[in-house]
Design a protein around this ligand. Sequence first.
Ligand SMILES: [Zn+2]
Length: 40
Amino acid sequence: MTTIAWKCYRCDLTFKQETHANLHKDICKHEPREIRVALA
Ligand SMILES: [Zn+2]
């Protein structure tokens, strides 16, 4: 199974919630990319 997360490649940070990704975009002006990650 996979789920969607958002990754900022500049900071090498992964966000599991879109709201957090949007916050990062607002604060840092980076655009996190949507990625698929395997569920543990
Ligand atoms: Zn960033």
